[in-house]
Write a protein that binds this ligand. Structure first.
Ligand SMILES: CC(=O)SCCNC(=O)CCNC(=O)[C@H](O)C(C)(C)COP(=O)(O)OP(=O)(O)OC[C@H]1O[C@@H](n2cnc3c(N)ncnc32)[C@H](O)[C@@H]1OP(=O)(O)O
Ligand SMILES: N[C@@H](CCO)C(=O)O
Length: 388
């Protein structure tokens, strides 16, 4: 059962409350099955939309956010919205995702902290889920999104697109719901988590769970927040999001302002990472970070479905793949693997010194790739399904 309403009644630990975001809408799902076999008695899913759904619902675009992103793809910071839109100038009238004729939807991920149910949400017993929140997967994230599509009357997305963890959900849509995904644009992402990503994720998770304030995941409502652990996790993560070349040329071994590293002062790059850590701690929940990191580690579109070539080779939609040349976390080879398994096309390669974060920063190159994909998707028709 689903009902679309505004997100007034959502109780959520992670500040700021979604209630303060006038753009957020929500649906309520009950008894939601998970890949683990467990069930979530209630899931509130919050999302934002732009533009109008056409009469035959064939113009809907799903934009998938990354690990610490949210449904605020476009627009200013404001009430209930700590950051400005994370993909600036990509959607809106006259932009690559032209909301004059496309209906753009962005959904806050299951297990996160931006309005959709996660570890900081309130369980049926009236207490925060905390450590009791069941493990969820990228497949579970997408299953919840299918319910949003159902509620909005969208049988098939015109396009699903996203980067990093958003790219994981995008490729999961193509692999798991091919008839509902007319086109998919997977950016700086992968079909399966790699050993390298899992390794970096473990260090981040341990940074948080080793913080005494984490309290085994049950810190919600105690007044304690594992800020130090989350800050360390973000420093580790952020270094993987940028390139060695950028750090070397941008910061090198320069001291920060008048600090002296020979006397306990910081290097500029340390100050930069301190700053990035502080920003994330101010806007994100450590428990959600741990939970989503675990979900990414188990990402694998082939699980129970056969080889990657079997899974993607039969995808009838338009599958477009883009990578950043300096990305050390999701290196080009992972995108090439997707294209090879699909058996068509080539990787769109973005040039950037910024590494993985290039998918957020190189807006001009992203815009060109999105425009081309939208244009090609208009010409691409899924084969008609014959019943029986
Ligand atoms: C899809 C997603 O999930 S995105 C997640 C949601 N959005 C965000 O996280 C926005 C926050 N920003 C980021 O995550 C990333 O920095 C990006 C990719 C979005 C932006 O990258 P860039 O434009 O290259 O910014 P950059 O990494 O250089 O960071 C700039 C900041 O570092 C600060 N900074 C730069 N050098 C230093 C230094 N030596 N010491 C301290 N701070 C420094 C700047 O003052 C600036 O601060 P501000 O962001 O508070 O204005
Ligand atoms: N900066 C992005 C990178 C993850 O891909 C985020 O925080 O979600």
């Amino acid at each position: 059962m689903t009902a679309i309403h505004t997100a007034r009644s959502v109780t959520q630990w992670c500040a700021p409350p979604v209630d303060a975001n006038p753009d957020a809408r929500a649906i309520r799902l009950t008894d939601v099955p998970l890949e683990s076999g467990e069930r979530l008695p209630e899931v509130i899913v919050t999302f934002q939309t732009w533009g109008r759904l056409s009469a035959n619902a064939d113009n809907a675009v799903l934009v998938e956010h990354a690990l610490t992103g949210d449904s605020h793809v476009e627009g200013e910071a404001g009430p209930g919205q700590p950051t400005a839109g994370w993909w600036p100038d990509l959607s809106g009238p006259g932009r690559p995702l032209d909301t004059e004729d496309l209906y753009v939807v962005a959904i806050n991920v299951l297990g996160g902290c931006r309005g959709t149910t996660g570890p900081g949400s309130i369980a049926p017993d009236g207490k925060p889920w905390g450590s009791r929140f069941p493990r969820t997967t990228v497949r579970d994230q997408v299953a919840v999104e299918t319910a949003v599509a159902d509620a909005l009357g969208i049988d098939s997305w015109f396009l699903v697109l996203g980067g990093s963890m958003g790219g994981m959900r995008t490729i999961e849509w193509a692999a798991g719901h091919p008839q509902r995904t007319r086109a998919a644009l997977v950016i700086a992402s992968a079909a399966q988590a790699t050993g390298d990503q899992i390794a970096w994720g473990q260090a981040q998770t341990l940074a948080i769970t080793s913080d005494p304030a984490y309290a085994g995941g049950d810190y919600y409502g105690t007044g304690g927040i594992p800020s130090a652990g989350l800050g360390i996790a973000r420093r580790i993560a952020h270094a993987t999001y940028r390139s060695a070349d950028e750090f070397n040329t941008r910061f090198g071994a320069q001291p920060q302002d008048d600090e002296n590293p020979l006397d306990g002062g910081r290097f500029a790059v340390e100050s930069y990472l301190d700053h990035q850590a502080g920003k994330l701690v101010a806007r994100f929940d450590a428990g959600a970070y741990v939970h989503l990191t675990a979900a990414m580690a188990t990402h694998d579109v082939t699980r129970g479905r056969g080889s990657l070539a079997e899974v993607l080779g039969s995808y009838p939609g338009l599958l477009r793949v883009a990578a950043v040349d300096s990305d050390r976390l999701f290196p080009l080879a992972l995108s090439e693997e997707i294209v090879a398994a699909h058996g068509r096309g080539r990787v769109r390669l973005m040039r950037s010194r910024h590494g993985h974060d290039g998918f957020l920063i190189e807006t001009g190159q992203i815009a060109a790739i999105v425009s081309e994909t939208v244009s090609d998707a208009r010409r691409h028709r899924l084969p008609v399904q014959v019943a029986g």
